[in-house]
Design a protein around this ligand. Structure first.
Ligand code: ADP
Ligand code: 5GP
Length: 187
């Protein structure tokens, strides 16, 4: 059976960076492209970074039952479309979801077999520096994301696996180890 890997943790912790490297190390994995009502950042492409939807389009797809999970985060909606998962899982392809904590909880209810990994920062200060260093968010957006991060960090004990992203290479090795162990366990 193909597996679902949920990678969660606060914004700026390095989920995207780790997942990009994970996909290179474990090429059979495919990333689910989420839908969002957030505006594209420079360089983000529709259908690649996200499926960018208007609030009306997003609401219509919620009403049509097209989401496995969705959540409100920092003033926008984000969600995983069933269409991103179904064909891959039917074809035996393991899928990675990069989602925030509320969505991870929904997946835990509906797909308890999914493997959930929480990525934690070495400190709140490091998280702040990474969000500032990434240069994609305004000061207000960074404040909002750090406020949300406090609640998210309190949720880390809910997760089967916690990887602290202090040194990137070490965190990557831990993540690759978790994924490879799970993939070999199901043959
Ligand atoms: P997320 O996807 O969780 O929001 P990103 O992958 O965009 O986070 O990473 C946020 C910023 O932190 C990026 O600029 C990235 O290069 C940097 N970063 C990621 N991992 C580390 C690390 N281990 N040490 C220092 N900086 C990191
Ligand atoms: P960003 O705006 O930085 O791209 O993403 C903000 C937050 O939304 C991140 O924590 C990211 O993991 C989360 N996110 C991205 N896609 C999804 C999704 O499909 N569902 C949920 N619940 N969260 C998502």
């Amino acid at each position: 059976m193909a597996r679902v890997f949920v990678i969660t943790g606060p914004s700026g912790v390095g989920k995207g960076t780790l997942i990009r490297a994970l996909l290179e190390r474990v090429p059979e994995l495919e990333l689910s492209v989420s839908a969002t009502t957030r505006r594209p950042r420079p360089g983000e492409r529709d259908g690649v970074s996200y499926h960018f939807l208007s609030p009306e389009q997003f609401a219509a797809r919620v009403a049509a039952g097209e989401f496995v999970e969705w959540a409100q985060y920092s003033g926008n909606r984000y969600g995983t479309l069933r269409s991103e998962l179904e064909s891959r899982l039917a074809a035996g392809v393991p899928v990675v979801l990069e989602i925030e904590v509320q969505g991870a909880r929904q997946v835990r209810e509906t797909m308890p077999e999914a493997v959930q990994v929480f990525i934690a920062p070495p400190s709140v200060q490091a998280l702040r520096e990474r969000l500032e260093g990434r240069g994609t968010d305004t000061a207000d957006q960074i404040r909002a994301r750090l406020l949300t991060a406090e609640a998210e960090m309190a949720a880390q004990r809910e997760f089967a696996h916690v990887v602290v992203n202090d040194r990137l290479e070490q965190a990557l090795e831990e993540l690759v180890g978790i994924v490879q162990t799970e993939l070999s366990a199901v043959g």
